[in-house]
Design a protein around this ligand. Sequence first.
Ligand SMILES: [Zn+2]
Length: 466
Amino acid sequence: MSYLDLDFKSGQARRQRQPLRNNRAPIHINRIIRGITALVTLVVSVYLILSFLPDSSAKVENSNLKLERLHYSVLLPGKDIQETPQPSLTIEPPIQPESNWETIQIKAGDTLASIFSNAGLNASTTHQVVQLNKQTKKLSKIRPGQKISILKDSEGKLTNLKYMPSLTQTLVIKRQQDKSLTSELLHHPLDPIPVFKSGEITSSLFLAAEKSDIPESVIMELAGIFGWDIDFALDIRKGDQFALVYNELFKDGERIRHGRILSAEFINQGKQYKAVYYTDPKGESGYYSPDGKSMRKAFLRSPVKFSRISSRFTRKRWHPVLSKWRSHKGVDYAAARGTPIRASGDGKITFKGTKGGYGKSIFIQHGGKYTTVYAHMTRYARGSRKGKRIKQGQIIGYVGSTGLASGPHLHYEFRVNGVHRNPLTVKLPAAEPIDKAYRAHFKKETRTYLSMLSLMDEKKVAQVTQ
Ligand SMILES: [Zn+2]
């Protein structure tokens, strides 16, 4: 409650306390009436003054009023004089300040309805605001710690609302002259500042990153970039070095979080790998080597994360279900039923359905040369259908045990020109390099971040010459 509201109320009260006025009367009784009026005025005035004086009897009888008045005078520094009745006081209209915003800090369990209700706004206003459009639906997902600011008109109706659904967005709702509500979602991106960090592995990549003050999620991203060439579980050695440039994102000078890696280098067992982030003029982005080759391969090595290989590619093996010797032309990944299965490369679904021992399966054609097969699914992913274009890593189905399977697992095949090859050892082709048309653009765009990395090369030279 603002002190101006109280001022307004006491003004109302004073207005009611001024009923005394001289009325015009015929001249012959004018004197008498004037005398009586004067007497009445005197009596009433004395009564009014006494009732507002802090005498002892009033203290007892009106202790509540007294407390209330005391409370008001605390809220109204310097205004308590106006509380005593002054017959000559002119009533000023309540001043509506330019900024009378009420800001509410959202607590656990709060809903927009409860916040509006506490702020004196009715349920239909809540409904009107939330149902206004897609932007204002964000108000139905408020979280503790966030703030909502509201402004009401003199009738207590909502006129403005401000809410930040995220650090980079502000939702503004306004009541227009025709009483309708409109909304606007303002975007204020964080300011990126590139930072350079480097480290050397003495025990583990994570400890080295921690020592160099590199966030864990950034080092995970680094492992993802080089993960096509380096097996971070098996290949890492003491003395391996890394350097990277990534964005730190600021808002009003305060560091909020980190952005993506812009360039990175990893020296694994003496072999150097470099990568730089690039977005081509068509909007396609990814990590490339400085000479424009894609850092990723055209195929994932394994289509199931968090799995173990339960059966390898063999010419001959004992088949537990058929109880006879058979060759195994794929790799089996044992995983919990329902584990997502990802397309190992970009391509097109050429078959989806139940096929003999394969059970529920999907075949994907990748260009003219490669086909991958995914069998024993418990179910398909939504949108997986014959003829559909699929991106590498896209979920196409879920691990199950349909067809000839002793337990839930993915049977995965990799075929080159129709011939079954071992998915674990076949040489995987690299993904598409930078389009020739964009080579000049690529060089120009990536120069700065690659040169920031060369700081590490200088450091190495310095170590050698010491
Ligand atoms: Zn199998």
